[in-house]
Design a protein around this ligand. Structure first.
Ligand code: ADP
Ligand code: MG
Length: 390
């Protein structure tokens, strides 16, 4: 994020509210390298931050008024929205303002004296592409208020509050990965996160130094049924854990997977979900050890295995995502997989820098030939987490 962006956001704040902001903060979107649908099973994930960020200019207010404005929202939900902090009610707001208002609500519900703010934000994280524009938005506001009110909360604590904002205030049953990634990632690293206790380790992931690139292919599709299917997968995982007598599927060691599957008998659906979650946790651990021992190229096949598991066992891929993965692999990619919730959104592709153009062209041509909307392809450089920029 450039100084010019921070400047522009601060300028617009001044036009809207008539004074300079007290500061400007940025928080990134994320890509999950590996560890999909493990976060609500108390398992492992491994996201890294994108260079794309939500940038917010903020001043505190002490009169109970919360004013919100986004450069990216037009129409009825656009303009400055004014709320009162003591009137914030969970699940009362179906607009974008639920995300920042939810953060204020969650901070106050946790006993922090946040008594209003003026906020203007602009984001380069594409919304609804599986790159976590919502977490970027929440985390940038949480960090700004943390600083302006000297709350002294750490990244993981802000992440927890943002998750609560999204779960309770917005009403979306999301895990803890996105917010933690946005709050805690560092440049040149992926974040190995244990979602049970939020313990974390920064894993070196400097693609450029190794002549590698990671492409994000945003299919620009989001299939209708995604929310309902997410709920079904979650419920199925909970059922599996209950049948196996564990708190969460995380508690089934990989070495005991076959025995666990046997105990599930002929419940084929639950067996498939359990198999994905247990093998996916093992894949995260394998990727961590490969990256820590300098085997970056060798993670390619692990990513591709992860895709097969999401497609065949968890069953949340779709034609567009499979087309990206198959085409990229045929065109020479080291590995590829869908990332995020599924049924659309984005896929990631690991490739030698010299193969990037060939792969990009192959994917674009395959989409054109299938009559699909042209995908958006961009390079993901592991970038910094949330920070103050002014
Ligand atoms: P994702 O997090 O994968 O991008 P979500 O559905 O979780 O998708 O969040 C997208 C929602 O977040 C948008 O519909 C909008 O309400 C909100 N949002 C994201 N970016 C912005 C922005 N720049 N300005 C206002 N609202 C935003
Ligand atoms: Mg989101």
């Amino acid at each position: 994020m450039s100084e010019a962006v921070a400047e522009a956001v601060a300028e617009r704040f001044k036009e809207l509210y008539g004074a300079d902001p007290q500061g400007v903060w940025a928080a990134p979107g994320r890509v999950n390298l590996i560890g999909e649908h493990t976060d609500y099973n108390d398992g492992f994930v491994m996201p890294f931050a994108l260079p794309h960020t939500a940038v917010a200019a903020v001043s505190r207010r002490d009169d109970g008024v919360l004013r919100l404005h986004s450069a990216d929202i037009e129409g009825d939900a656009g303009g400055v929205v004014e709320l009162r902090v003591d009137a914030l009610e969970p699940e009362s707001d179906k607009n974008w303002t639920a995300y920042p208002a939810g953060v204020v609500w969650a901070l106050r519900a946790a006993g922090h004296e946040v008594s209003g703010a003026d906020i203007h934000l602009a984001s380069t994280v594409p919304a609804g592409a599986g790159l976590s524009s919502s977490a970027a938005l929440e985390v940038v506001i949480a960090l700004a208020l943390n600083d302006l009110h000297d709350l002294g909360l750490k990244g993981w604590q802000l992440a927890r509050l943002c998750q609560r904002a999204e779960n309770v205030y917005v009403g979306a049953p999301v895990g803890i990965m996105d917010q933690t990634a946005s709050a805690c990632c560092t440049a040149g690293h992926a974040l190995f996160l244990d979602t049970r206790d939020l313990s974390q380790r920064q894993i070196p992931f400097d693609l450029a130094a190794e002549g590698l690139r990671l492409l994000v292919v945003d299919t620009q599709v989001k299939h209708e049924h995604s929310t309902g299917e997410y709920g079904k997968r979650r419920a199925g995982c909970e059922k599996g854990a209950a049948l196996l007598g564990v708190d969460a599927l995380r508690d089934i060691p990989y070495a005991e997977l076959d025995a666990a599957l046997e105990r599930l008998g002929d419940d084929e659906e639950v067996r498939r979900l359990v198999r994905h979650v247990v093998t996916e946790d093992e894949r995260v651990e394998r990727v961590v050890s490969l990256l820590e021992s300098g085997g970056t190229r060798a993670i390619g096949p692990v990513l591709t295995e992860g895709h097969a598991s999401l497609r065949d066992d968890f069953r949340i891929s779709c034609t567009e995502l499979d087309l990206v993965v198959d085409t990229a692999l045929s065109a020479g990619a080291l590995g590829a997989r869908m990332t995020g919730g599924g049924f659309g959104g984005s896929a990631i592709v690991l490739a030698e820098v010299t193969d990037v153009d060939t792969i990009t062209k192959a994917v674009q041509e395959a989409f054109a030939a299938a009559g699909f909307t042209a995908p958006r392809v961009f390079e993901a450089v592991p970038s910094a987490g949330a920070r103050r920029v002014r």
